[in-house]
Design a protein around this ligand. Structure first.
Ligand SMILES: Nc1ncnc2c1ncn2[C@@H]1O[C@H](COP(=O)(O)OP(=O)(O)O)[C@@H](O)[C@H]1O
Ligand SMILES: [Mg+2]
Length: 259
């Protein structure tokens, strides 16, 4: 079993404190959901874990099986087994999807242990079929001209091909129609198991109709303010977030503006 542990994480962007002490522990074989209204720091958490240069960690720790993730370069974080599915995946002209995936897989392997072309193609075909993606998507430039739904499927394709220990999926459900949502869920559920842990960041409960999380956390004001089981997500769907604000005695759930 592997463990990703976030403790007392404080993060600033351009001198403004966005995360104010996030605590969260995920084990492999677990799927956690982080929910919360807009502007509460969810994407900041994802970016900080992956090492986006704009996000400055001012206190706290992130460890993967005890190893200091924050001391690693971004590519070392990927090597160590972290994967970030982005809210807005970037387009890379001139690099085909298949070439990108094969390089990414090989970058995680020792020299001489590269995946064979045959094995790679067989695996890619299988996963693309499961995700109901057109075969020609493999030869298109990465994310270039992909629709919103195609980009999200492609993030899941990357996830399935790279097989990270932990995936952080930021708003993977945003902009998806119901069919795409089901396909994306199928991919994530397929990954579910011993060597895999997942943090699903979402604004809405609907994705969690297809992927039952082991734990649900609510973020407000740059912290995890409440944790529970899948029933917590259902309560949020039915009642919104106001009851939590009342419970906590807060008026503004966002990270807040500087005075
Ligand atoms: N790159 C950035 N530069 C300046 N402020 C940012 C940046 N990214 C996020 N913020 C601010 O941090 C707060 C939290 O944003 P974010 O983490 O994206 O929230 P969420 O994902 O929960 O909607 C917001 O007030 C937002 O304006
Ligand atoms: Mg966000």
């Amino acid at each position: 079993m592997s463990t990703l542990e976030i403790k007392g994480l404080h993060v600033e962007i351009e001198g403004k404190e966005i995360l104010k002490g996030v605590d969260l522990t995920i084990n492999t074989n677990e799927i956690h959901a982080v929910m919360g209204p807009n502007g509460t720091g969810k994407s900041t958490l994802a970016s900080a874990i992956m090492g986006h240069p704009k996000y400055e960690v001012t206190a706290g720790t992130v460890t993967l099986d005890g190893e200091d993730v924050l001391a690693m370069e971004v590519d070392e974080r990927a090597q160590a087994g972290l994967f970030l599915g982005m809210q807005y995946p970037s387009e890379i002209a001139g690099v085909t999807n298949a070439d990108f995936l094969r390089s990414a897989i090989n970058a995680k392997r020792e020299e001489g242990q590269e995946i064979s072309l045959m094995k790679f193609i067989r695996e890619l075909d299988g996963k693309m079929e499961l995700l109901e993606m057109d075969q020609d998507m493999a030869q298109r430039y990465l994310n270039e001209g992909f629709s919103g739904g195609e980009k999200k499927r492609n993030e899941i394709l990357q996830l399935m091909m790279l097989k990270p220990k932990f995936a952080i999926l930021d708003e993977i459900d945003s902009g998806l129609d119901i069919d795409a949502l089901k396909v994306v869920s199928k991919g994530i559920n397929e990954m579910r198991g011993e060597g895999f842990g997942c943090l699903i960041i979402t604004h809405y409960q609907r994705l969690l109709n297809y992927i039952t999380p082991d734990k649900v956390h609510v973020m407000m004001q740059g912290r995890v303010v409440k944790s529970g089981g899948p029933e917590l997500a259902q309560k949020l769907e039915a009642q919104g977030y106001d009851w939590i604000k009342e419970e906590l005695g807060i008026e503004d759930e966002t990270v807040g503006q500087e005075a």
